[in-house]
Design a protein around this ligand. Sequence first.
Ligand code: FDA
Length: 303
Amino acid sequence: MLGSLLLAGSRSPLARRAVSGLPLTRKVVDRFVAGESAADAVAATRRLTGSGLSVTIDHLGEEVRDPGTAVAAAKAYVSLLEELRPLGLGDRAEVSVKLSAVGQALDPGMALENARQICAAARECGATVTLDMEDHTTVDATLGVLRALREDFPETGVAIQAYLFRSEADCRDLAGSRVRLVKGAYAEPASVAWQSKAEVDRAYVRCLRALMSGTGYPMVATHDDRLIAIAESLAVSAGRGAGDYEFQMLYGIRADRQAALAAAGSRVRVYVPYGDDWYGYFMRRLAERPANVVFFLRALRGK
Ligand code: FDA
């Protein structure tokens, strides 16, 4: 219930103004967001890669409504990648892109062109790009852009949301690609998505099976210990070694678990968001876990 309200709030301009204007919101946002500037993202990248983790960096922003902002978002990625290049991290530092931030809703052709420029800049660094997945109405368009990008940049990956009924089939279709499997973070109707945690978890395992038995590179993006253990055992059954798949978690969430998995020899990538358009991302993180709302309210009361 609270989660649904927060997800509805994540799309409300009124709630955006109210939450963004609250004193101390920034302090809580900092728990989930690496900072506002590219320099902040680079600093977080140095810190995380220095401790044996990999990163995927997200320049925060979504649902842009004018071409200028979409082009500026693509440029932000290109200049971030230029800053990363001298670090020589190769694919230990990749980027994640929401197509809505580079103009998908305005003009799919423009979004494709902007995404292409980001892929070209990533390749210059030996890095890859993963397309985030947004609400269910955008899945076909996102997979269409992915197909077009993969003609020139076959290393491009995509997030697939286990909660959607269609995703098991999408995982089979994409089983030769880089695929980030997530549970799904948007409020979706019962006509298209599993609703209970148990159903979503079962669907996640079915998708995992398809990806692990394929020829691609599964990116297991979850903080859920049970699913992490299942992924490890499916990888062994499929004859995959530690470098043949990876775990991914969000910046600021279960950092101890991220470190422990890496110390045990797994590849672990942290999703590092940065930028000033943090509102939608922040609200989805609150919606995932009521305890985060308590943390938020305590900080607002100065405790
Ligand atoms: P679940 O929500 O069941 O959580 C399992 C446990 O993890 C919890 O019990 C808690 O301990 C911890 N946990 C989870 N979320 C937490 C939080 N916010 N704060 C504190 N603890 C938390 N979604 C999407 O729709 N499109 C996308 O492109 C992406 N991209 C993406 C990239 C990466 C790298 C990750 C890790 C996740 C995404 N997501 C996403 C988000 C994803 O869909 C999902 O909402 C979150 O990962 C939470 O789901 P879990 O699998 O962690 O399980």
